[in-house]
Design a protein around this ligand. Structure first.
Ligand code: DX5
Ligand code: ZN
Length: 223
């Protein structure tokens, strides 16, 4: 299995001090920062887009922005996110009919390509062809009463964990990311199922000692 990468979700940060918040996470041992881009269509919430990501990449040189594109038309934002300094562009399989050409478009702009599935989407929606073209697979593992996607701090959804294991069995070397409700209490099942890229928002940003939480998540995956 690939090594652990911790990607704190800035959705749980103080947006008024975004660059300082990102630096705080990097200092605490995070390698990636998870940027939730939401458009109010694919999900009801609106968060941030390319202009904000552009400020972050200028303010935090060398930052690896893991962009989770919770948007209805993922084809539309590839150039903007690349120009803003995005390092990984992860789109939802539910939002496109042409995932492989989209992955090629993302690669052309020198970003890594990720493919995400929402809680009700089966792992088989990620075909071998799609997974082989992509660099990372993302499984949303959380539940919100209002909506499945679009907010931080939601409950971890155990029933999504088998999808992680299914994908790990099919793709032993691929980066597999879990996102939603992940923290010290839920990391063991995620790690056992085979995820190695760990998104955690509230569990890290709201912690008294974020560095210790990042270290725990990392050591559990790498154990
Ligand atoms: C939710 C986002 C997640 C979220 C995770 O729609 O995709 O990245 O910010 O936050 P926590 O870890 O607090 O559930
Ligand atoms: Zn996310």
């Amino acid at each position: 299995m690939p090594r652990a990468i911790i990607s704190p979700s800035v959705l749980a940060s103080d947006f008024g001090n975004l660059t300082a918040e990102c630096k705080r996470m990097i200092k605490g041992g995070a390698e990636w920062l998870h940027m939730d881009v939401m458009d109010g269509h694919f999900v009801p919430n609106i968060t941030m887009g390319a202009p904000i990501l552009s400020c972050v990449s200028k303010g935090v040189p060398g930052i690896f922005m893991d962009c989770h594109m919770m948007v209805a038309e993922p084809e539309k934002w590839v150039d903007d996110i690349a120009d803003a300094g995005g390092a990984l562009y992860c789109f939802h399989i539910e939002a496109t009919n042409d995932p492989v050409p989209l992955i090629k478009k993302i690669h052309k702009r020198n970003m890594k390509a990720g493919v995400a599935i929402s809680p009700d989407t089966p792992s088989t929606a990620i075909t071998d062809e799609i997974a082989e073209a992509a660099d990372m697979l993302l499984i949303n593992v959380y539940f919100s009463l209002e909506t499945y996607t679009g907010r931080g701090g939601q409950k971890f959804l155990d029933r999504c964990v088998p999808k992680v294991a299914e994908l790990r069995a099919r793709f032993p070397e691929k980066d597999i990311e879990v996102d939603g409700g992940v923290g010290p209490k839920t990391i063991s099942v995620c790690a056992e199922a085979g995820s190695n890229v760990i998104v955690a928002g509230t569990a890290i940003f709201n912690a008294e000692d974020p560095e210790a939480v990042i270290a725990t998540l990392k050591s559990t995956v790498d154990a």
